[in-house]
Write a protein that binds this ligand. Structure first.
Ligand SMILES: [Zn+2]
Length: 296
């Protein structure tokens, strides 16, 4: 009978146990190594995320540019006012004509009135929320078939917010509205000069919604137009006593550097005209922002 000796069985058992011990050891070693490798990978991802978050934070921090404290205002003679009482009507067109005919600036009560009466300028009393108050722009003649095109083949349009006109209740409301009328007139003057100079990039900024992206050159003109128009608008606002209106922007008009900064911060997205983010880095540079590159 072939019987396995107890000695051989024991050796076999020991060998099995030893092999199992080696296998368990190897398994523990492998899981530890795997856990370590996972921890290293996780740490690398965490570091990368932290770096990205930090870079984002640094980027946003570089964009910050709070206004300087407002400085002294220029001393200007008050303009005589011949506006009051305003008509009791709530008809926006009648109110607009009253504001233009009795505007404190001769540019408005002479030149703009004459342009409106001769058909050289169309009127657009638009519906909008309270923020958009006025808009000088030009439109394609097909959009206004009865109007007469100008030298650029465009129809000039002087737009005012009909709701703002109809809701004027105080003298201050009227004076603020006159300031917006003045501001849009200044844009008309810029268009008039650009037409004389046949400046295509400058004229591009007056053709409203028909343009896709603006060229950097047009963005520059956009900034310059708004900046120059606001400077003159603020001087006018001082002369008729509403300098503290317009989100306080005019309080910086006494210092050109501070005014540029305030002008840049005037709209939350720093665009001069909504829907044109391509102009923001150009605006930042022209405003004198210390890090215009972060707006790219
Ligand atoms: Zn403007």
């Amino acid at each position: 009978m072939n019987q396995t000796s107890p000695d051989r069985s024991l050796k076999f058992l020991i060998a099995i146990v030893a092999l199992m011990a080696i296998a368990v050891g190897a398994f523990i070693g492998w899981t530890r190594y795997d856990a370590h490798r996972n921890a290293v990978q996780l740490e690398a991802v965490r570091n990368q995320t932290q770096l990205a978050d930090q870079a984002k934070l640094d980027h946003e921090r570089l964009k910050e540019w709070p206004n300087q404290p407002p400085g002294p205002l220029p001393k200007l003679e008050p303009l005589p006012l011949n506006l009051f009482p305003i008509p009791a009507t709530r008809d926006p067109e009648a109110l607009m004509r009253h504001l233009i005919a009795r505007h404190p600036s001769p540019k408005i009560h002479q030149q703009l009135l004459s342009l409106l009466n001769s058909g050289g300028m169309s009127i657009d009393l638009f519906n909008a929320d309270r923020k958009v108050v006025g808009q000088f722009r030009t439109v394609d003649p097909r959009a206004a078939p009865t109007a007469k095109p100008d030298a650029n083949g465009r129809i000039r349009v002087f737009g005012l917010n009909r709701n703002r006109l109809a809701s004027m209740v105080s003298e201050r409301d009227v004076l603020v509205m006159e300031t917006f009328v003045y501001h849009e007139w200044l844009h008309y003057e810029q268009y008039f000069l650009a037409t004389l100079n046949k400046n295509a990039a400058e004229l591009e900024t007056f053709i409203g919604d028909e343009v896709g992206q603006y060229s950097p050159e047009s963005c520059e003109y956009f900034w310059k137009h708004e900046h120059d128009a606001w400077r003159d608008t603020c001087l006018f606002a001082i002369q008729i006593g509403v300098v503290d209106y317009f989100d306080r922007l005019c309080l910086w008009v006494g210092d050109e550097t501070a005014f540029k900064q305030a002008r840049f911060n005037y709209t939350p997205d720093h665009t001069v005209t909504p829907g044109h983010p391509e102009c923001i880095p150009v605006n930042a540079k022209l405003a004198g922002h210390p890090h215009p590159e972060v707006f790219q």
